[in-house]
Design a binder for this molecule. Sequence first.
Ligand SMILES: [Zn+2]
Length: 145
Amino acid sequence: MPGMPDSKRPVIPISIDPTRLKLTSDDASTGTLIGFRCKDCDTTVFGTAVFCQSCTSRNLEAVELGVKGILFSYTIVRIPPAGWPGDVPYVLGQVELPQGPQVLAEVIDCEYDDLEIGMDVEMTLQAVPAESGGPDKAVYKWRPS
Ligand SMILES: [Zn+2]
């Protein structure tokens, strides 16, 4: 008897965007947001950067931005972008990280009435099926912390 076919193996999700989300566990259940910090002026950005947006220095270092932030603003989205895999309507939150950059993502596990500017939130990961097949994508979301 041959071994189990590939399709029966549990498939571990991969990061939706490896330049913004680094998975930190083998089963893709935890991760950290990542970005770059300017060593000259201390400005931090979320995601990739070639030069500093503030002082144009190229003296950048990769940093982990963690999973915590504060809800800066939010929108209730009733008409989602094409291919949106989640529920509608949903809450799109703009979250400010302690290092300064802001990160847009869906806010989950929160009633609309409980949304409050300035509330503490934390990043959580959800596995979403890939549109083109292949492993699921681990997508970052915000939830009240
Ligand atoms: Zn700078």
